[in-house]
Ligand binder design. Sequence first.
Ligand SMILES: [Zn+2]
Length: 68
Amino acid sequence: MMLTKKDVVEQPKSKFLRVKCLDCENEQIIFDHATTEVKCLKCGKVLAKPAGGKAILEPIAREIEVLP
Ligand SMILES: [Zn+2]
């Protein structure tokens, strides 16, 4: 079976993201299908909010990398 690039991109698997809080520069790992607000462990600001089963990053959170 051939695995195309499209198949890989559209995998519905959940993943983890390394994000950086632009307010205090703390980096932490968040779940991209978080069902509750994700707050910065250092300053307490909201980094991501759940929306339709997927976490949406707030402007204060910058995605650094997607973890496998
Ligand atoms: Zn912070």
